[in-house]
Design a protein around this ligand. Sequence first.
Ligand SMILES: NC(=O)c1ccc[n+]([C@@H]2O[C@H](COP(=O)([O-])OP(=O)(O)OC[C@H]3O[C@@H](n4cnc5c(N)ncnc54)[C@H](O)[C@@H]3O)[C@@H](O)[C@H]2O)c1
Length: 311
Amino acid sequence: MSGAAGFIGSHLCDRLLAEGHSVLAVDNFITGADRNLEHLRGNPAFTFREWDVCQPLEVDGPVDGVLHLASLASPKDYFKHPIETLEVGSTGTRNMLEVARQHNARFLLTSTSECYGDPMVHPQVETYWGNVNPVGPRSCYDESKRYAEAITMAYHRVHGVRTNIARIFNTYGPRMQLHDGRVVPAFIDQALRDQPMTVYGDGSQTRSFCYVDDLADGLYRLAFSEERYPVNLGNPAEMTICEFAERIRRLTGTTAPLTFEPLPEDDPKQRQPQIDKAKRVLGWSPKVDLETGLRATIEYFQNLDAPVGAR
Ligand SMILES: NC(=O)c1ccc[n+]([C@@H]2O[C@H](COP(=O)([O-])OP(=O)(O)OC[C@H]3O[C@@H](n4cnc5c(N)ncnc54)[C@H](O)[C@@H]3O)[C@@H](O)[C@H]2O)c1
């Protein structure tokens, strides 16, 4: 698995190991953290290799599945590393597809709802082709994933690799980076420090948040499915950013106010997955309600002794 030391990757490692699989975890730590995998050290079914997947990866022995999660994933990270983002989505994806091809293994790509850009169709269904600005600041991420999807389909069509593509919507939970610019850790961090919570725009833009255990379950099911076209994975429970901030204020007990700042360029106004396909093809839908997920996430950040994101 590439990107294994990241937020979602580390949870997917847990899930694979719990199901009895052996995992070779690969990461270059550009945004991942040692501590996310600390608890797996000493597990005989778990091996870690520090590696940049933009370099060809050689794996000895049998490989049943290749799970490609490596990417810069938060706006703050991909704004800081736009070229690395394009590189890992293109060269990195191709290198991981090569591992799958050479070992006759399954392949799973973690793509993103950002492929839909600022969507003209709501909620977003897999057949919608998106509204992406190819030269805007977010294009390094959006287009790297669109390319990654395209080359994944090409490896399926040309080489017959059994590929799967997950279009992941906003996911949250323990092991997110505290300062990656994403709204969940940003709000929780500010709330726990009793600082004003920063809302971009007027806060009427919507998001839908999926708890990471639910997402790992969806990825696990998809990795073994026969569906070759993209499948949305996310929680359709949509709310405005202001409503979301209020939930966090209530759960943390902060009395700090909200402050408003200008909306970043190309920030999507609405985001809600249409998950009928995941229900039909994978028998999957999210189970963890927002309150339960947020409590676990807040508890994680409360117990964090130092910011995640550096080793
Ligand atoms: N978290 C979300 O809400 C979300 C939403 C949509 C899609 N995704 C996708 O899910 C995947 C995981 O995201 P995440 O939230 O866990 O992010 P993350 O930043 O926590 O994890 C990504 C991991 O990839 C590693 N990585 C990046 N470039 C690499 C390279 N060249 N070689 C090896 N490792 C490399 C990083 O060090 C990090 O550990 C990504 O592909 C992301 O695009 C996440």
